[in-house]
Write a protein that binds this ligand. Structure first.
Ligand SMILES: [Zn+2]
Length: 97
């Protein structure tokens, strides 16, 4: 069972209180009016399926009902941390730079 720290509630809660809400920080096409169907298809449907550290969004459905950014290892299920979306995105972008 996964245990998540909710940065909004400031409590560690069980996985059952959360709903997986998909991969985090997917970049929207910069120019949506001129994007091709293939670019929109990638944005809407294509997701990473990597073995390793992965940024995810989890909804604290049975708690504050806010979305939490989680960095989780997809093989070991270790959790590097949980953040608000704004905090998580800043860290994510620093890692990508
Ligand atoms: Zn919460």
């Amino acid at each position: 069972m996964l245990m998540f720290h909710c940065p909004h509630c400031q409590e560690v809660r069980e996985e059952q209180e959360f709903s997986y809400a998909g991969e985090a920080f997917i970049a929207r096409p910069a120019a949506p009016d001129t994007s091709s169907d293939a670019e929109w298809g990638d944005y809407v449907f294509m997701r990473k399926n990597s073995k390793g550290w992965h940024w995810e969004q989890w909804l604290h459905a049975a708690g504050c009902r806010k979305v939490v950014a989680v960095k989780r290892h997809t093989f070991s299920h270790d959790i590097a941390g949980t953040w608000t979306l704004a905090e998580g995105k800043r860290i994510y972008l620093e890692e990508q730079a």
